[in-house]
Design a protein around this ligand. Structure first.
Ligand SMILES: C[S@@+](CC[C@H](N)C(=O)[O-])C[C@H]1O[C@@H](n2cnc3c(N)ncnc32)[C@H](O)[C@@H]1O
Length: 302
């Protein structure tokens, strides 16, 4: 495929790279008027992290409670129509606490469940994104009163319209531990039956497969403190996106769930981490971000 098609609606700001396009607009409209018209049935992966759900009154235009769930579910129905028959939707929803008390909101979990059920999707697997560098919070309960501990993981759901979307875990293998490398060298794996009923044989377990199969817990400290994006935003007085994702997360799913030249979509792009990772991995990409300043800043990733 060559460069991505430009939207016919000239009102939307956009920038294009070798493999992708980023559009400054509301995703509901851009999905309908641009993505659906040009790429219906062609998106292999939607990787996205929507704005956080709020339990209190509306702030910064975010929706709250039931309204949030309804809104996200309607976006989900738009996304579903764009997927290839083997495509996936990977969605991360940030955590929330109930306002004024030390209780955890179930809204992100309810939203995920409703998103899955109402959009008629299969949950292929749940992932945990663990950020060991997350600052302690909420301050009132964790740092001041010391009655809660720090909240350092979020849920990522991998969903699809089929139980068998395209996936290949060989593309995300991890380095073997030193112990495993030693063991592979010996050719012996302490063969026999395990308490788990797994019957371990030297033949199948002592093969070097090029790496270990990763688990569904992705550990990624969010500690980016330098780089072109940050430098350029500072230089130009543009706000640095406060909820940037570490590159490891989109990279992991792009590698596992797509092939070179496939199209990856992020409809809540923020600083466009997804587009950046897709470009590096030689996938095509479409990103949509409603905030003009975040959109502007994201250009400097490229
Ligand atoms: C959690 S952030 C995404 C951060 C992103 N993953 C990154 O690494 O920078 C969610 C983004 O969705 C954007 N957003 C909220 N409502 C939107 C809408 N209706 N259409 C497009 N973008 C929207 C917000 O401005 C925000 O930048």
């Amino acid at each position: 495929m060559s460069q991505m098609i430009l939207p016919s609606d000239k009102r939307w700001r956009r920038y294009r790279t070798k493999s992708g396009i980023c559009i400054n607009g509301k995703c509901e409209t851009v999905l309908e008027k641009y993505v659906y018209e040009n790429y219906k049935g062609k998106i292999q992966l939607v990787f996205t992290s929507p704005p956080f759900p709020l339990n209190r009154a509306k702030k910064y235009g975010n929706l709250a409670g039931e309204e949030y769930k309804e809104w996200l579910y309607s976006v989900g129905n738009q996304l579903k129509k764009l997927l290839t028959p083997t495509g996936s939707i990977v969605i991360e929803i940030g955590n929330a606490w109930n306002s004024g008390e030390p209780t955890f909101s179930t809204l992100p979990m309810e939203t995920l469940l409703e998103f899955k059920n109402k959009c008629g999707l299969y949950l292929c697997q749940e992932f945990i994104y663990y950020n060991p560098a997350r600052l302690p919070g909420p301050i009132e309960w964790v740092n001041k009163k010391r009655i809660r501990v720090k909240d350092s993981f979020t849920r990522i759901w991998w969903l699809s319209t089929t139980p068998y979307p395209y996936a290949n875990n060989k593309n995300v293998l991890e380095e073997y531990s030193k112990q495993m490398i030693k063991l592979l060298g010996t050719g012996k794996y302490n063969a026999g039956k395990r308490p788990s009923e797994h019957n371990i044989s030297d033949k199948s377990f002592c093969i070097n497969n090029g790496g270990a199969i990763p688990s569904n817990v992705i550990i990624a400290p969010n500690t980016e403190s330098k780089g072109r994006y940050l430098e350029e935003c500072k230089k130009r007085g543009l706000p640095i996106h406060p909820a940037r994702m570490p590159h490891q997360i989109p990279e992991y799913f792009i590698k596992m769930l797509t092939k070179t030249q496939d199209i990856v979509l992020d409809c809540f792009a923020g600083s466009n981490t997804t587009g950046y990772c897709a470009e590096k991995l030689e996938r095509h990409w479409i990103s949509i971000e409603v905030d003009k300043d975040y959109y502007q800043g994201s250009k400097y990733r490229f």
